[in-house]
Design a protein around this ligand. Structure first.
Ligand code: 13P
Length: 259
């Protein structure tokens, strides 16, 4: 069984201008211990306008935090007003890109096909996709959560090779838990993350299933992180609101210290 290093990612959504972003990353680097950063991979995903500034801080201060983006287009150039290309992100040393977040799907009409194109484009630019999946409350109450999420994984990763699936990240984020303060119970989150891993196993094989990292996302807080992170199929967290405050985010990253 492969050792999977935990990955805790901060999705800042549409928060923090570039000055605030610089301060947040610097503060995070002061409050995190080198021990934290050895035990856990950490990424931050600021808005596009902050990326160059955050890149400069991370590189000049040699901070061991990965730079991430929240979205991208699937083409590398063209007449796509308002879009940002994977190659442009890679040029800023962005190494991880969130793809198919439920807010992009629900508010901006991203389809499973769009998400699949983006996953492939991110991989082609030598970056790591964080593929988001998750069901609505209606789908959960109707007993359709597993089918919905399995469908998102199969279509989001269609045509992606097993060797590439091994290196990527899936974030299970139940939509009813995002920004609501309602974290899924560790048992419910484990059940769904376990199902994601089984889906990967049946389609892409044992190696991909044992290596792919699966995050839970949805109202993760310092107090809920330890029990979530103890689950066998949860390898990390995708954190929204609580990642905006460096102290709070650092306490989530230090989840191992809470018994
Ligand atoms: P919250 O942690 O604010 O619920 O957001 C979760 C999320 O959507 C991360 O991508």
């Amino acid at each position: 069984m492969a050792e999977r290093k935990p990955l805790i990612s901060g999705n800042w959504k549409m928060h923090h201008n570039h000055f605030e972003a610089i301060q947040a990353v610097q503060k995070l680097s002061y409050v995190l211990s080198s021990h934290d950063l050895e035990a856990v991979d950490v990424s931050v995903h600021p808005p596009f306008t902050d990326l160059r500034s955050v890149q400069t801080v991370i590189e000049s201060d040699e901070i061991a935090i990965a730079l991430g983006a929240q979205n991208c287009h699937w083409e590398n150039n063209g007449a796509y007003t308002g879009e940002v290309a994977p190659a442009m992100l890679a040029k800023l040393n962005v190494s991880m890109v969130i793809v198919g977040h439920s807010e992009r799907r629900e508010l901006f009409g991203e389809t499973d096909e769009d998400v699949n194109r983006k996953v492939k484009a991110v991989l082609a630019a030598d970056m790591t996709p964080i593929l988001c999946c998750g069901e609505t409350l209606d789908e959960r109450e109707a007993g359709g959560a597993a089918a919905r999420v399995e469908g998102q994984i199969r279509s989001g990763l269609a045509g992606v090779k097993a060797g590439q699936v091994s290196g990527l990240v899936v974030a299970y984020e139940p939509i009813w838990a995002i920004g609501t303060g309602k974290t899924a119970t560790p048992e419910d989150a484990q059940e769904m993350c376990g199902m994601v891993r089984s889906t990967v196993r049946s389609k892409w094989g044992d190696e991909a299933a044992d290596k792919v990292r699966i995050q839970y996302g949805g109202s993760v807080k310092p107090v809920t992180a330890p029990d979530l992170m103890r689950q066998p199929d949860i390898d990390g967290a995708l954190v929204g609101g609580a990642s905006l405050d460096p102290d709070e985010f650092a306490r989530i990253i230090a989840y191992r210290l809470v018994s």
